[in-house]
Design a binder for this molecule. Sequence first.
Ligand SMILES: [Zn+2]
Length: 123
Amino acid sequence: MMSDGLTHGEWSEAVADGELLGQRCPDCGAVQGAPKAACPHCGSTALETVALPTEGAVYTETTINVPPAGVEERGYQVVVVQLGDARVMGRLRGDAVGIGDRVALSDSITDEDGYVAPVFEAV
Ligand SMILES: [Zn+2]
């Protein structure tokens, strides 16, 4: 079976529309939170596009105190959120969160390199 080919552009458009897409590997069951050419676990290219939940628990977080040049914010939290079987990295807005806290997709941002990133907020 051929991959249905979720592209980064399609993934980014979905994020901007408030949806999170992932890819499920039919061969080993692994789920990715961002488009990949092949399953990182088993190498299968028969990946299926799936909709991910938009609310989940913080898997890990880190605070960026020195943002890259061009970013006006002084500091922000980056979170990896467990959404169903997938983990998705995004920016946190609003109240700080810790590991295990519930967050939901609330917005998206386009960073200085033109990449779209999901924005999560505590729920
Ligand atoms: Zn796999």
